[in-house]
Design a protein around this ligand. Sequence first.
Ligand code: MG
Length: 370
Amino acid sequence: MKVERIEIFELKLDLLSPFETSYSRINDRRFLLVKLWLDGIAGWAECVADEAPHYSSETVRTAWHAIEDFVAPIVFRQQYAHPQEIFSSLDKVRGHNMAKAAVEMACWEAYARQLGESLSRSLGGTRATIASGVSIGIQDSVERLLDTIELELSRGYQRIKVKIGPGRDRDVVAKIRERFPRIPLMVDANCAYRLKDLPLLKELDEFDLLMIEQPLGHDDLWDHAKLQRELRTPICLDESVQSPDDARKAFEMGACRIINIKAGRVGGLAPGKAIHDLAATYGAPVWCGGMLESGIGRAHNVHLSTLPNFSLPGDVADSRRYFKEELIEPPVEVRSDGTIAVPTEPGIGYRVLENRIRERALQSVVLKPS
Ligand code: MG
């Protein structure tokens, strides 16, 4: 397998409504797309790096730089037997997982297309449908949050996730539980607490949450292990798990009982799958996180979520919830029972609206072997 050409596009899509986390409030999303030719067949992927280095240290601009100047030149020099080999071939480049993942995932898509099979099949997925949950950004008021939850439940979502942070945690969760005593509910703190907040975090135990996601520091495992020993609620790690090795350490020290897998955060589909496999050996479930992807990144998440140990509903929601314009056809659709049917056509199985991408691109570059 030879990578012949890589094209990078920078896009900016307007959101239907602002999305707020403990990191920022955004009205649009800037991101990169990668189109990669593997032995004459093209594959697409999305780079999940944000405009600002809040969720991770990578940004849209660092990802462009890393792909153009370091990742692509290495990939062009290699002869691969399988996309599984790509991530480890990039060993010499430290970090930049999101940049690496964009190239790695485009290669997987091209590979699946070459074989004429779905990406799910190439990955070893076993599900024909996946269960969909939804992540609700921070709302202006608790009333509005409760109304949004009601709306999302009526659309069929099987699990509700809300963002919490100091000052809007225990009381907000109490109000949610008052109105919806039994819904599958979880919270994501996006690193907003420290161990000194233990008394407050312990209070969350009374709300029968599925899990509390990433309560402590973005690079911490040790304090999470101390915290997990004090909590009945399972901790799910997101930001802190950047590699299969991080996942192993987290399970060995008891820092979490669940992992949120985002292929972009860990360097691609192969490392994502490795974390999935490892979690299974610890009897720990995983689920697929979201990074406000356009349809292309979302489609990759659909296929990744078909691996057997993705046994909890993920954040892979309907693509029409987020952006004013779609980049794929048909949209990623969540049906009234809260599931997404996994496409069986080759690759991601959705048609990429390439003309629209080219028209909307703020800039693009074609990279070739020198
Ligand atoms: Mg998270």
